[in-house]
Design a protein. Structure first.
Length: 94
């Protein structure tokens, strides 16, 4: 499956480019496991680590989010940033 099949297109590419980090690549969160979510990259599905600043800010990725990832080593994917969402699902209080 390609990233385009998951909804990646010019608008998401522009959001990624706005981060001004050409070494970061796009990915989509497909399974949320809290500490090591499964993301889909151009290489396919892989587990990723989450940068500590995202924990500190309380902005953890969830299923469906587009994220920017780095590869500090060939076998490690690191979520560096969340791309701004286009939609927002919110649960109303009971």
């Amino acid at each position: 499956m390609r990233l385009e099949d998951l909804g990646y297109g010019p608008q998401w590419a522009a959001e990624l480019a706005a981060l001004e980090r050409p070494e970061w690549a796009p990915a989509r969160v497909v399974v949320d496991t809290r500490d090591e979510p499964l993301i889909h990259t151009k290489e396919g599905p892989v587990r990723a680590l989450i940068r500590s600043h995202l924990y500190q800010a309380g902005t953890l990725p969830v299923v469906g989010d587009w994220v920017a990832v780095s590869r500090p080593t060939p076998d490690v994917y690191m979520i560096e940033a969340l791309l701004p969402p286009r939609t927002d699902f919110a649960r109303l209080g009971a």
